[in-house]
Design a protein around this ligand. Structure first.
Ligand code: FAD
Length: 315
């Protein structure tokens, strides 16, 4: 447990597209920048093919994030790999505390903590995580070569997972409570797949297996009947929730727990800025998160110069 005595100009929490871009913009203003993050790259690492980041017609999320990281390394940005558990304001400083109790102090803070997978409450699921149950198709799909697997969900994440799995697994069951809600662009990719079987109007109720997963039980929502799928893998892709708990007592959040920001990335508390997927910014995309990170850093810089206007929450 350490308490860093430095009062940094800006502490950025989160090393995804928003946080890394904020770090570059802040460092270019010659500010003392501390980046605290669990990892470098965030959710972008899960994207096998990014086709909508300008300047690249095609790049993997990993390659794009490696390039972001290299750009950060050109500047004097201190990095700490840690899990921030809380942010609080004491006098004029914002204090971040990690799981281990390490403390860092900043004159301003930018929250760029993005989103994480929503978990599902089905019997046996938690016990078999890492033993057939996965929340990340990009990370774990290669483990299921020629196996039968299921994907639970009907949004973009679920369809992306099914798309990745259809060329690895023997059979992919796509399970969703209601009609698929993914963008047409994603649906098109799986439209003609011969090894995807859809179970629309079903929910996952239980998974079984001693050491490793061997079956998933579904319930038909209209007649209550059940179906058992013999699967070695199951991917839970039912959406994402914002990582905003660390500031729940500090700034205003909306009903979806997104941090409410104005168009200059300021929050309800002066000195606290937020950027990217964790906020109320309407679209959750790499290019949007990067742009918001840039704005948040410039707004924090202006705040430090006492020039920034604290805009009224507006998104
Ligand atoms: C499967 C998938 C495919 C996608 N494909 C595309 C695509 O093709 N094109 C596109 O534009 N977008 C895509 N997206 C969306 C895109 O990845 C996100 O919009 C973008 O990554 C958001 O960036 P962010 O920096 O706001 O948050 P994130 O990428 O979520 O990064 C958050 C960062 O904060 C860190 N963090 C979180 N909590 C803490 C904490 N308590 N303490 C310390 N660090 C913390 C995390 O470790 C991470 O480094 C995809 C998303 C997924 C899930």
């Amino acid at each position: 447990m350490d308490a860093d005595p430095t009062l940094h100009d800006i502490i950025i929490v989160g090393g995804g597209p928003a946080g890394l871009t904020a770090a570059v913009y802040a460092a270019r203003k010659m500010l003392d920048v501390l980046l605290i993050t669990q990892n470098i790259g965030g959710q972008a690492l899960y994207s096998l093919d990014v086709e909508n980041y300008m300047g690249y017609q095609f790049i993997s999320g990993q390659d794009l994030m490696d390039r972001f990281e290299k750009q950060v390394e050109k500047y004097n940005v201190k990095k700490v790999f840690s899990d921030v558990k809380s942010v609080e304001k004491i006098n004029d400083a914002f204090i971040t505390r990690s799981e281990k109790g390490d403390e860092y102090r900043g004159k301003t803070v930018i929250i760029a903590t993005g989103k994480k997978s929503r978990t599902l409450n089905a019997k046996g699921l938690d016990r078999l995580i890492g033993r057939g149950v996965s929340y990340c198709a990009t990370c774990d799909a290669p483990l299921f070569m020629d196996s039968d697997v299921a994907v639970v969900g009907g949004g973009n994440s679920a369809i992306t997972a099914a798309y990745e799995l259809m060329s690895i697994a023997r059979k992919v069951y796509l399970v969703n409570r209601s009609a698929l809600k993914a963008d047409e662009l994603y649906l098109e990719k799986i439209r003609d797949a011969r090894n995807i079987e859809r179970f629309v109007g079903y929910e996952l109720v239980e998974v079984t297996g001693d050491d490793v997963l061997n079956s998933a039980m579904l319930r038909n929502l209209s007649d209550g009947s059940s179906v058992t799928l013999p699967v070695a893998g199951i991917f839970i892709e039912i959406g994402l929730i914002p990582n905003s708990e660390i500031v729940k007592d500090l700034v205003s959040r909306n009903k979806k727990d997104e941090i409410m920001v104005s168009c200059d990335c300021s929050t309800s508390l002066p000195g606290v800025f937020a950027a990217g997927d964790v906020t109320t910014v309407p679209e959750k995309q790499i290019i949007v998160a990067a742009g918001e990170g840039a704005k948040a850093a410039i707004s924090a810089y202006k705040y430090l110069l006492n020039e920034g206007e604290h805009a009224v929450i507006g998104y």
